[in-house]
Design a protein around this ligand. Structure first.
Ligand SMILES: *Cc1c(COP(=O)(O)O)cnc(C)c1O
Length: 390
């Protein structure tokens, strides 16, 4: 471990040199099955030739100009994301936290434009929105916030999945301007709300003239089998944030909006030096076109269903397994106890998985994972979970 790095991560003692599809090769040439995809980032897997070629070609032409000038690739990407989502304008940045910062600023500015001096945003327990001061304040996890007080004010918290709790706020909080929510919570343990949750939030937001802002940083870009998780419902958000899977590993984030929310930012209100540069936009445009041409949305939906069903079968009757849940290739296996040790056990078996919210094994495989790889994953993982639970 390096003495020259700030100690922000508890890293696994392995380093990877190259990859192919859902496989990674470490510096000793050992092969690992990747069921995490850089935490929902590498949708196209590793070493995708179309992406590599597009990035090389673009790097040779232009990497960066500036948002002081028009950037045709940024305009093209904005149009493509609006066409896929039904939203009408995009702002580009470099990460999920920054995308959420943009959403939070839109909500506050929208509030001030409507005479709300101290606008508040409804956020959820167990949510995760990032590590900047505003987004960690919005995050519903004390571990993320502890030591960084004073937090940014202007957030009101309710339990995730409880639309009645959101509705109850309306009577007492006259300064609420928006609801910020993950359609399915990721870091919070792959939490899937009731099917009508987003529709209920939409109804409340319409009645109260609040903006419905969806954090799709983890759920977006085909992860759950549709381009965006809200597309499993009839609901349209006013604002949506993206990052993780958007650039297949090249940093890019986006905040999309429609209606009044799309017109809130005016020149000078927000910006980013790197945001929406030619290289990052090429990564995103190529990611979207490969996902479409390789049929990865459908594949993610089907492969995810297979993994959940197969794990349920293999773990049948095993005490300690509480629930197997998810949508597409966002999968959580809820155990009845803390299971962080499973990450190390899996690594020794050359399998990359994650544990979140203490007791949830989380799988976020690359969308290009094959059926054969998925069978290997379920076989290995079910065996490890059985050994762990004893
Ligand atoms: C990862 C994540 C973020 C933060 O993204 P960064 O790129 O790490 O800033 C925000 N929201 C959700 C839902 C996430 O999963």
């Amino acid at each position: 471990m390096s003495d020259y790095l700030m100690q922000t991560y508890a890293r696994q003692p392995v380093a990877f040199e190259r990859g192919e599809g859902a496989w990674l090769f470490d510096t000793n040439g050992e092969m690992y099955l990747d069921a995490l995809a850089g935490v929902a980032v590498n949708g196209l897997g590793h070493g995708h030739p179309t992406l590599a070629r597009a990035l090389c070609d673009q790097a040779a032409k232009l990497i960066h100009t500036s948002n002081l000038y028009r950037i045709p690739l940024q305009e093209e990407l904005a149009a493509r994301l609006c066409q896929l989502s039904g939203l009408s304008r995009a702002f580009f940045c470099n990460s999920g936290a920054e995308a959420n910062e943009a959403a939070i600023k839109i909500a506050r500015l929208h509030g001030h434009n409507n005479g709300v001096d101290s606008p508040a945003i409804v956020v959820m327990e167990k949510s995760f929105h990032g590590r900047t001061m505003a987004t960690l304040s919005a995050t519903g996890n004390r571990k993320v916030q502890a030591g960084f007080e004073p937090l940014v004010s202007g957030f009101v918290r309710v339990p995730f999945g409880d639309s009645a709790a959101v509705e109850a706020l309306a009577a007492h909080h006259k300064n609420i301007v928006a609801v910020l929510v993950e359609p399915y919570q990721g870091e919070g343990g792959v939490q899937i709300p009731q099917a009508n949750y987003l529709a209920e939030l939409r109804r409340i937001c319409d009645e109260q003239s609040w903006l419905l802002m969806l954090d799709e940083v983890q759920t977006g870009i085909a992860r759950t089998g549709t381009w965006f998780a809200f597309q499993h419902t009839d609901v349209m958000p006013d604002v949506m944030t993206l990052a993780k899977g958007l650039g297949s590993g090249v940093p890019i984030g986006a905040c999309l909006a429609r209606g009044v929310a799309a017109e809130t930012f005016t020149p000078g209100k927000h910006g980013s030096t790197f945001g929406g540069g030619p290289l990052a936009c090429t990564a995103a445009l190529t990611t979207l076109s490969v996902m479409e041409s390789e049929g990865l949305l459908d594949h993610a939906a089907k492969l995810g269903q297979f993994i959940r069903d197969d794990l349920a079968m293999r773990l049948q009757g095993q005490s300690g397994v509480v629930e197997i849940r998810g949508q597409g290739l966002m999968i959580g296996i809820q155990l009845d106890r803390a299971c962080g040790d499973l990450v190390k056990m899996a690594l020794e078996e050359k399998l990359l998985i994650n544990v979140t919210n203490d007791s949830v094994v989380r799988l976020l495989p690359p969308l290009v994972m094959t059926q054969a790889d998925a069978e290997l994953l379920t076989e290995k993982l079910a065996r490890l979970i059985r050994i762990f639970l004893g």
